[in-house]
Structures are given as structure tokens and as C-alpha cells.
Design a protein around this ligand. Structure first.
Ligand code: PRX
Length: 636
């Protein structure tokens, strides 16, 4: 089924992708349209930089939209469902083409040109997808910021991306509660030294907006002026920049992950065929958000490139009831679904009868990613849906799965607890953290790394900062130029990998990637905080939650439980307003001293171990042993 005649087995397919790289990727490149063919498949002359399909001209929007007008203009392209505003709208490829051109014309009229940045800060509404595709169409670089982030997070991204224009909306809605975007956006622009010349606002009628004359524009009125817009696709060099997306790492400053045009289009088209096995005319439903990488690759670009309809869902998985997602599968005959383990754990708490109420016969597979998939959750959903549950491991940096199984090449079984085996194009190794020695034995624990050249679709660099790209990702293992995923892993005797958590200060809350340093910086700005440590602690529902330990400047203010609760509340509110509720710690606990080494380094791993009831390991370098005892006592 769908397997290439030339590849007898997945093992051969994978080997060929590395050993006969150029021929392999030339075949994959035929899955998309090129305006001008490329003359070099992979330029790896200057490692670790990999440049794919040099000389080729193409366009992401052309491949996602225009290309399908010939055969499927009237088929569904974008299906918008909001259980927050009770709206449901379906756009065919023809209608999507019209709306994207209108948005493109609006952006052009606002002065946006090729190579300019457009920051998109939007709820899950169709205009968000129009804006992304419009940027791709005219060669502008989009930078989508997750709508759950607040003013400080947004400000640092505006500062770094220096957008000409920002596309936003009055508000989102969550669980029936309106979440205003405009005041956060205004505050973010005020905090940023870079000021966009234009802000285009979609007014959903959810919240009043104060419009700044000359800068702020109502999208509906601008759109009216461009109803018949014809904006041709700008043909771009394959290696030009399509977008940047910010992600967290060890330092507080988010990194702009930069992606190309041609490599990304080929990578997505290939993944739709070999991994997701979606066919043109079918419907894809990813429950992620456009603010995350899964939303970029598998709500917007991947399904559309494959000629599939894609569902954009605004709302919770359990509202109006726990059957809402299953009802969408039935209604739109979804064949491929993509979600996160946390969402499944939420659904697992609902009445199991919801799964039986709907005809789910169109569904072929459910893909889960973003965080470890625990066995009870996997078994529950596998039994409930009766289709393969396919765990897949990847990162914002990679853009598409690194580890999973490719049933489009050769049917394989998943092993519970393992996201799978290395995907074609990826040479994945396990290295010893400090010696850099390769670990080849079964069940040896090491850092998961990727040998260059990284495949098409992988990040090109850190936006405006090649040095940071090289130093952060490629120089973390002594003596070897390899890409570090910053994840611990092991591989079993059959070659299946198991991911054991991050090696750095990144935490994963309900599938949302957050940097503990960013949260610490925000908490430190409270006038009564002297010092703070934030760690991720295992949680049954969310995978991990953030836990903050604070040393107050004036501890006399923390006399009783009441006073501590008050300060805890203030700190949570502060994080909500600066970073957004996604980053809010689940608890803030007060201590008189934090565990540190004698040279002053915070012992975060030891704190985390104590919080999780594990042995904190070697503590000989610890300055004040009573510090860890305080944390132990809090959890006793
Ligand atoms: O720690 C790994 C975890 O999520 C990180 C990447 O998060 P993000 O950049 O938001 O990209 C998510 C793309 C799906 C990884 O470094 N992670 C992701 N998928 C899995 C996972 N951990 C375990 N199993 C997975 N399937």
C-alpha cells in the first residue's frame, strides 16, 4: 500500500536515504511542483549548514493551494470549527485561493514585501491560516506566536523578528471565556524597541478594541478593497526563508528557528506519503495550534500540500462534551488524526460511551506527539478507536518526525513506550554526554543526536544568529560536530528508541515546550523575590508541571500560610500577565535558601529529583545541604 516499488523494506529505504542521498531526495522532490528545477540536491560544503535543492524555484502557497485548483478546486480545503463561538465554515480550494489572495493584497498594501517579516498573533481562526499562506505567497517571512503567550513573551519576539506588520485579532476564547489579545499586543509593542508600521486586526466582535490611528487597521475593511485581488505567487529560491518560529532552550531568550522553502515543502510532502499516508480528497485533523510547530506542519502546510482538507478547531476537547472530536471525525470523514498524549489523557477521564456514539470508520490512524506517551493512555485510545496509534518524536527544530514508523513504506508495529525508529534522512545516534563516545549497545542511555547533513525541512539556522545555531546545537558534545536534540534516550535490541526527557532546562507541560529560565526571569521581576528556581515535576495528567521555589527578599512578610498564599497568587498573576497562563507554575513554594553548588550553580536536577521522590544523586558539590532538606520537607 503506497510503498515505493524500489524499496523492498523500510531498512533499505532508510539506508538509501543516507547512502544514496541525492537520488533518494530527488525522487521525493518530485512530490511537489517546481517552477524551475534545482541543480544541486544537497550543499553540505559548509557544515553544519545544509542547503537543499539549490537553484530550484518554488513556493509553499502554490504547492498548498494553487496546484490543486486543476483537479480539486471544489473539494474541501480548510474546515473551521469553533465550539467557542459556535461557528463552522468550510472553504474549498477555490475559496481558499480567493481568501489568501485578498489577505496577500492587504499585506502588500500595508507595505509588506519579499523578505519582510509578518508576525501573526492569532486565535485559531481561518484568517490565521490565510495570513500564513499569504506570506508564503508573496515571499514574506511569517512568525506565528502562540496566542496563549502574553505581552513579555510577545515583546521579545517582536523585538527579534522586527516585523513590518502584525496580524492579530480582538480576542480568542477558551472554555467560553473571552481572552483579549489586543491589550496584550499593545503592551508588547510598547515594551519592544521595534515598532511595526502596521497592525491588521480581525474583529471577531468578542471584545472592544482601542485602535491606534495610522497604525491599526480593521481587516474586514481592508479586505473589502481587495475582493478581486489577483496576487501571483512569488517564485522563491528553495533556500530562501519561509518562516521563523520561536522556541525555548536553556537561556531565557527564545530562539527563532528558521526554515527554508523548498526543503520544507519536500519534507512535508514526503512525510504525508510515507508516514501519515493521507490521500488527496481525504480529511486531516490535527488538534494542535498554529502557534506550535505541529500546527505549521500538520494543520496548515502538510495536509494542504497533500491535497487534503484540514480541520482547524478552536475549542476544548471536552466542550460541549467529550464526544466533540469524535463527532468531527464522523461528520468530515477524517482519515488521519494528530493529537498529543495530554489531550487523550483528558478524554480518558470522560464517559467512554462517547467513543461508541460516532461512526469512526473513516479513521485510519491516530498520531500522537509532543511528549512521552504512557502505556495506559496508549492502550485506552487504541482499544477505543481500533486503529493504529502512532507515537512520533520530533522538535520545533526538525519540522517533521525524527523517530516514528513509516507505514507508507513498510507496515510495522509500534512498541508501546517507544516513538519508533529513525526516519529516512535522519542518521540518529546515541552519544555519551561528556565523552562523546557513541553508545551502540542495547539499552544504554545517552544523548540523542543527529549527524549532518540534517534532512530537508530541518531548521536552517537560528534567525539572524548563525553562531548561536552552531554553538547551541552543534557544539554541545565534546569533540563532535553533531546536532543535539537535548533529549536523553535509549535504543533496544530491535533498534526502537525510547525518549527519557530533556538534558537541558526545557520542560514540557501538556505538550507545550517551555523554558524554565524564562519563567524564572519573570518571577524574579516581582519586588519581593530575591531568588528563584523553576523545575519540571512529573504530573499524571499534563506530563510535567512547573514548580517554583522562591527565596523572598523580605521573609518577614511570609509569617503565616495566608501570607504565603498571597505572595504565591501575586507571582502566578505576574507570570500570567508577562508570559501567559501556559507558563504559570502549578505551585510557588517558599524556602530560605536554594540548593546550589559551591560555585553558585543552581542544582535544578537535584530539586527535580526530590520533588519526584527520586534519589538526587551525587551532592558532594552542594554548598548547603539544608537547602535540599527544606524542599524535601515541603514534599513530606
Ligand atoms: O523532549 C522532546 C519532546 O518534546 C520536545 C520538542 O518539543 P517541541 O519543540 O514543542 O516540538 C514538538 C513536536 C512534536 C522534544 O525535544 N517530545 C516530542 N515528541 C515526543 C517527545 N517526547 C517523547 N515522545 C515523543 N513522541
Amino acid at each position: 500500500m503506497g510503498s515505493s516499488a524500489k524499496s523492498a523494506s523500510y531498512a533499505d529505504f532508510h539506508r538509501r536515504s543516507l547512502e544514496d542521498r541525492d537520488a533518494f531526495w530527488t525522487e521525493q522532490a518530485a512530490l511537489i511542483d517546481w517552477h524551475r528545477p534545482f541543480d544541486r540536491v544537497c550543499n553540505h560544503d559548509n557544515p553544519p549548514f545544509a542547503r537543499w535543492f539549490e537553484g530550484g524555484l518554488t513556493n509553499l502557497c502554490h504547492n498548498a493551494v494553487d496546484r490543486h485548483l486543476k483537479d480539486r478546486a471544489d473539494q474541501n480545503a480548510l474546515i473551521f470549527v469553533s465550539t467557542e463561538t459556535e461557528q463552522e465554515r468550510v472553504y474549498s480550494f477555490r475559496e481558499l485561493h480567493v481568501e489568501v489572495q485578498r489577505m496577500a493584497a492587504v499585506l502588500k498594501a500595508q507595505g509588506v514585501g519579499k523578505g519582510d517579516r509578518v508576525l501573526i498573533y492569532m486565535p485559531m481562526i481561518p484568517e490565521a491560516a490565510f495570513a500564513m499562506l499569504a506570506c508564503a505567497r508573496i515571499g514574506a517571512i511569517h512568525s506565528v506566536v502562540f496566542g496563549g503567550f502574553a505581552s513579555h513573551s510577545l515583546a521579545s519576539r517582536i523585538e527579534d523578528a522586527s516585523p513590518v506588520a502584525i496580524v492579530s485579532a480582538d480576542a480568542g476564547s477558551r472554555g467560553g471565556k473571552v481572552v483579549e489579545y489586543k491589550p496584550l499586543l499593545d503592551e508588547a509593542i510598547r515594551l519592544s524597541s521595534h515598532k511595526p508600521s502596521s497592525v491588521v486586526l480581525v474583529n471577531r466582535g468578542l471584545a472592544p478594541m482601542a485602535m491606534e490611528a495610522g497604525r491599526d487597521h480593521d481587516y474586514a475593511s481592508l479586505r473589502e478593497q481587495h475582493l478581486d485581488a489577483q496576487v501571483p505567487c512569488e517564485w522563491l529560491e528553495s533556500t530562501e526563508i519561509s518562516y521563523t518560529i520561536y522556541t525555548s532552550g536553556t537561556t531565557g531568550r527564545p530562539k527563532g528557528v528558521q526554515r527554508d522553502v523548498g526543503g520544507y515543502a519536500v519534507a512535508l510532502a514526503a512525510s504525508m506519503k510515507h508516514i501519515f499516508m493521507g490521500q488527496p480528497g481525504e480529511t486531516y485533523f490535527s488538534t494542535s495550534d498554529i502557534g506550535w510547530v505541529v500546527g505549521h506542519s500538520y494543520i496548515v502546510y502538510g495536509p494542504l500540500i497533500a491535497g487534503m482538507a484540514t480541520i482547524m478547531y478552536e475549542g476544548l476537547p471536552i466542550r460541549p462534551d467529550g464526544g466533540i472530536w469524535w463527532s468531527l471525525i464522523e461528520k468530515y470523514k477524517v482519515s488521519v488524526m494528530f493529537s498529543a498524549p495530554t489531550a487523550v489523557r483528558v478524554l480518558k477521564k470522560q464517559d467512554p460511551a462517547y467513543l461508541k456514539k460516532h461512526d469512526l470508520s473513516s479513521l485510519k490512524a491516530l498520531f500522537l506527539a509532543g511528549e512521552p506517551l504512557d502505556e495506559p493512555t496508549a492502550r485506552w485510545i487504541a482499544d477505543g478507536l481500533g486503529v493504529p496509534i502512532i507515537d512520533n518524536y520530533w522538535q520545533t527544530e526538525s519540522g517533521w518526525p525524527i523517530l516514528t514508523i513509516a507505514n507508507g513504506v513498510e507496515r510495522k508495529d509500534s512498541k508501546f513506550g517507544s516513538p519508533g525508529i529513525p526516519m529516512y534522512g535522519y542518521s540518529v545516534k546515541l552519544l555519551h554526554e561528556s565523552t562523546g563516545e557513541e553508545l551502540t549497545g542495547a539499552d544504554e542511555k545517552g544523548v540523542v543526536v543527529i549527524e549532518g547533513p540534517t534532512p530537508p525541512g530541518f531548521m536552517q539556522t537560528v534567525w539572524k544568529d548563525d553562531a548561536r545555531f552552531v554553538n547551541t546545537y552543534w557544539k554541545s558534545i565534546p569533540g563532535k560536530l553533531v546536532y543535539s536534540t537535548f533529549d536523553w534516550g535509549i535504543r533496544d535490541k530491535d533498534g526502537y528508541f525510547y525518549i527519557l526527557g530533556r538534558t537541558d532546562d526545557v520542560i514540557n507541560v501538556a505538550g507545550h515546550r517551555l523554558g524554565t529560565r524564562e519563567i524564572e526571569e519573570s518571577i524574579s521581576s516581582h519586588p519581593n523575590v530575591a531568588e528563584v528556581a523553576v523545575v519540571g515535576v512529573a504530573d499524571n495528567l499534563k506530563g510535567q508541571v512547573a514548580m517554583a521555589f522562591v527565596v523572598a527578599k523580605d521573609s518577614t512578610t511570609l509569617g503565616d500560610a495566608q501570607a504565603q498564599l498571597k505572595l504565591e497568587g501575586e507571582i502566578m498573576k505576574l507570570v500570567d500577565s508577562q508570559l501567559g497562563a501556559v507558563a504559570r507554575p502549578s505551585r510557588v513554594r517558599f524556602v530560605s535558601v536554594l540548593p546550589k553548588t559551591r560555585s553558585g550553580k543552581l542544582l535544578r536536577r537535584a530539586i527535580q529529583a526530590v520533588c519526584e521522590g527520586r534519589d538526587p544523586g551525587d551532592l558532594t558539590t552542594m554548598d548547603d545541604p539544608s537547602a535540599l532538606q527544606q524542599i524535601r520537607d515541603l514534599f513530606a
